[in-house]
Design a protein around this ligand. Sequence first.
Ligand SMILES: Cc1cc2nc3c(=O)[nH]c(=O)nc-3n(C[C@H](O)[C@H](O)[C@H](O)COP(=O)(O)OP(=O)(O)OC[C@H]3O[C@@H](n4cnc5c(N)ncnc54)[C@H](O)[C@@H]3O)c2cc1C
Length: 327
Amino acid sequence: MIGAKRVVHNYGHGGAGWSLSWGSATLARDLALGGGVQNVAVIGCGALGLTAALTLLRSGARTTIYAAERTPFTPSARATGIWSPESRIAATDAMPPDFPERWEAMARRAWAVHRTFVGLDGDPVRFVNQYNLRAAEGQRARVGPPPSPGHVPFEHFEGRLDDLGPHSRRLSPEEHPFPVESARLLPQMTFNVAEYARELTEAFLLEGGHIVSRTFHRPSELADLPEPVVVNCTGYGARALFGDHSIVPVRGQIGWLAPQPEVTYGLYYNGVTMVPRADGMVIQAVGAGEMVGYGIDDETPNRAETEEALAMLATLFPGQARPDATV
Ligand SMILES: Cc1cc2nc3c(=O)[nH]c(=O)nc-3n(C[C@H](O)[C@H](O)[C@H](O)COP(=O)(O)OP(=O)(O)OC[C@H]3O[C@@H](n4cnc5c(N)ncnc54)[C@H](O)[C@@H]3O)c2cc1C
């Protein structure tokens, strides 16, 4: 409670915010609408704010989003855009005992809703063939920035979602062109984030929601809002607004190339990820593990990091490297 206002916190989703969004929205909706509430304010217009606001609206609540930034200028617009519901979502030694069940419920709900966007105009959600490649002996490397100091034991929920969606399959050497020891192919659920966020914004407004540009500087300002319940979807912004220092950046940075519609597959090789999205080719090197980017909130683009990742990918295409590729 802040004064007489009930505040439902819906932030802190690690590297899994897009993936878990609809499931987390359902939990937030149930907390927000308890007691017959019909008017709800949502703070934030990123992945979590948009999905919470639409879920509330579609449950019959009059819903207004208040946000400093909206699509395409929210941090959510800069995500890699793949189904990654486990990514840095919780530290094993800091999560409540019921979290694995809650996480599973969120993931299952979110998966089901994401699926309803497959095949729509603009492909907001689609399955992209991703080649997970294992380098040959002597070619193995861990490309990417050094990990941050320390060790956070990030939880992995092995096997809980095994029945969902397609699995990867090992390819025989004749089935792929890459000079590697082994390859697996995974139809990867991929979010075309620019289009997805636009469609969610459009749906929210068309269905009667309102968006107000507003920046909050302290929690007491929430008391001025006319709505009796506030769903707080401020993401990393919650650190400053609510003084919540448990919120730390966990996913590092990605690099972008111009869109290349002719590239219809994704890659993972020696710690480098490449995702071909309609709004750009996403490149990230995280070879040094889950502590890469941990605690670092400097968003200055790092061109050298992306070039190192590209140089690694270029070794998969001997004789075809394009040194003029735009970063
Ligand atoms: C490099 C990288 C790659 C990622 N890749 C993936 C991926 O592939 N798949 C996946 O599922 N997840 C991924 N994530 C995680 C995902 O991007 C986040 O979990 C998600 O975007 C968080 O969304 P959000 O809506 O909580 O926050 P944000 O997108 O940060 O939105 C916060 C909103 O709150 C508003 N706000 C904040 N403070 C205030 C304030 N004081 N007053 C008013 N408004 C305020 C902002 O303006 C904004 O509208 C990635 C993250 C990173 C960094």
